[in-house]
Write a protein that binds this ligand. Structure first.
Ligand code: NAD
Length: 257
């Protein structure tokens, strides 16, 4: 039913086996897509090594360095995608960053540079991705990003990341409107809290997970696999009428008063 055979899917944001992007990559692979992934370049090449080992069983066509703050690397990544595949069908934007010290305490303590860095990496990068992907999606395509309830409602300690997610969610709508005539769909998944490298930087994340287990209609949190399944659905023809939406994969927590 959910068949992505022959589709070229590039997944960003895998850091390790807990990453939501890893859950998404596995589900896209299972549905038959050809995979490409990025790693975050660092001096010692630790991310590259980890990502290469992890994705090896999925036999990806492309493993490329990408830091979204580096214009040259971004351009090189999309050039490499164009060279290898000619066209891109699916682009997963699954990355974010905020300095740990501003993911706790008073929101108003965030300085201008930390605010800008967080918004640039976590929100602007989606717009940058869409602009660079557009020429490769002449036959249409699907772009999916990851958000969190803290972009819509005040969540403890989420602070500047909440503002970034708000910008990200609005970017989904503007991009969906702009790219829709080219049959490129743009959607977001608002995931419930999951223990990952990024979420461990958020003050009190374990309390949020406990709260989910107590209050969410399904009385549990969600898994990377569940988020991956929703991403695969959104990228498939089964979701051909859906664009500009933020889909909650949060065991129903968002509906609770
Ligand atoms: P993660 O730490 O596994 O992934 C974050 C990724 O962002 C890493 O791969 C990291 O390398 C990448 N990244 C950071 N700065 C970058 C840059 N400058 N250039 C390129 N890549 C960069 O954590 P995760 O929880 O899987 O996060 C993935 C996405 O899911 C994020 O957008 C996050 O906000 C979102 N999300 C997470 C949760 C959760 O509870 N874990 C809930 C909802 C949404």
């Amino acid at each position: 039913m959910l068949d992505l055979t022959g589709k070229n899917a590039f997944v960003t944001g895998i850091a390790n086996n807990r990453s939501i992007a890893w859950g998404i990559a596995q589900q896209l692979h299972q549905a038959g897509a050809n995979l490409g992934v990025n790693y975050m370049p660092d001096e010692k090449g630790r991310y590259e090594k980890k990502v290469r080992q992890l994705v090896d069983p999925l036999n990806p066509d492309l493993i490329l360095p990408c830091d979204v703050q580096d214009d040259k690397l971004m351009e090189e990544m999309f050039n490499a995608i164009a060279q290898k595949w000619g066209k891109l069908d699916i682009l997963i934007h699954c990355l974010a960053f905020a300095d740990k010290e501003y993911l706790m305490g008073d929101y108003s303590s965030v300085p201008r540079d930390a605010f800008s860095k967080s918004l640039e990496i976590s929100a602007y990068s989606l717009t940058d991705f869409a602009r660079l992907a557009k020429p490769l999606m002449q036959e249409g395509g699907s772009i999916v990003t990851l958000s969190y309830l803290g972009g819509v409602k005040v969540m403890p300690n989420y602070n500047v990341m909440g503002v970034a997610k708000s910008a990200l969610e609005m970017s989904v709508r503007y991009l969906a409107s702009e790219l829709g005539p080219q049959n490129i769909r743009v959607n977001g998944i608002s995931a419930g809290p999951i223990r990952t490298l990024a979420s461990s930087a958020i003050g009190g994340i374990l309390d949020m997970i406990r709260m989910m287990e107590e209050k969410a209609p399904l009385r549990r949190t969600v898994t990377q696999e569940e988020v991956g399944n929703t991403a695969a659905f959104l990228c498939s023809d089964l979701a051909s009428g859906i664009t500009g939406q933020i889909i909650y994969v949060d065991a129903g927590y968002e509906i609770m008063g």
